[in-house]
Design a protein around this ligand. Structure first.
Ligand code: ZN
Length: 253
């Protein structure tokens, strides 16, 4: 556990590893090495998506390059590594589908060894077709040296800061406030994935289809994404207002 923590893994991930090792040991009748109190404690964080006001403001302040990149994150629902290693060959311009493919030569393998394809909007395909004309790399979003780009999060947080979209309340582990620095924890790459799920769900795409597009191994993860969205839906809104309507504190004033 100490070694994983030194490697910078989160408490939740470490706990998952420990649970798995525990199961292996149990199968071999090795028990009681750890009790529940020894395991790392973590808070189960609520799944959050961006709302349309945030995205509109973000894209309005973005450079063309930033807009392209983050619209790609949003339109594909890809994980950070999947965007980093996406190559032009993975983009099917006529079928308007983008595929996550293993690239062992670059050291990239998709999570759970699952390759998958995601249909994307026409507008995204059109901007990609334009981008391809000027591209000199096999990668869609290469770093400055043509290698995979590891700075997407920093780019997003800089953009959010410039667009004045920081929450102004959070601190980094080193104590830096996002009120004055481009370090706001409200802005993360994974949140585009959650937004992708939310928007498709609101448009009526069934959960098992969204699960396939996200590449989730189990439907329960996808449903956790969608539950957070349902909390903010019109339907929930009208139910909540109806619950208290008799008291006159239901709907909008
Ligand atoms: Zn913040």
């Amino acid at each position: 556990m100490a070694s994983l923590q030194e490697d910078g893994l989160g408490l939740r991930t470490i706990s998952n590893h420990i649970t798995r090792i525990g199961a292996l040991l149990r199968r071999h009748k090795i028990v009681d090495l750890l009790n529940n109190d020894d395991k790392p404690k973590y808070d189960e964080r609520e799944v959050e998506a961006y709302d349309s006001d945030q995205l509109t403001a973000l894209f309005a302040a973005a450079s063309p390059e930033e807009r392209m990149l983050f619209q790609f994150f949003l339109g594909t629902g890809f994980r950070e590594q999947e965007v980093m290693f996406c190559s032009w060959r993975n983009v099917d311009f006529s079928g308007k589908v983008i595929t996550v493919k293993s690239k062992p030569e670059l050291g990239f393998r998709p999570k759970d060894k699952q390759e998958r394809s995601v249909p994307v909007p026409d507008a995204l395909i059109a901007s990609l077709a334009n981008r391809r004309k000027h591209s000199t790399s096999m990668l869609v979003f290469p770093g400055p040296n043509g290698k995979p780009n590891g700075h997407f999060l920093r780019m997003l947080q800089k953009l959010a800061h410039r667009a004045k979209l920081n929450c102004s309340e959070c601190l980094t582990k080193a104590g830096k406030s996002c009120a004055k620095n481009s370090t706001c924890g409200d802005w993360g790459l994974h949140k585009f994935r959650k937004t992708f799920a939310t928007m498709h769900s609101e448009a009526g795409v069934p959960a098992p289809t969204i699960q396939r597009w996200l590449g989730h191994a189990s439907l329960s993860t996808t449903l956790r994404y969608l539950a957070a969205a349902d909390l903010r839906s019109e339907r929930t809104r009208s139910q909540v207002n109806t619950s208290f309507a008799a008291l006159g504190i239901g709907g909008a004033a």
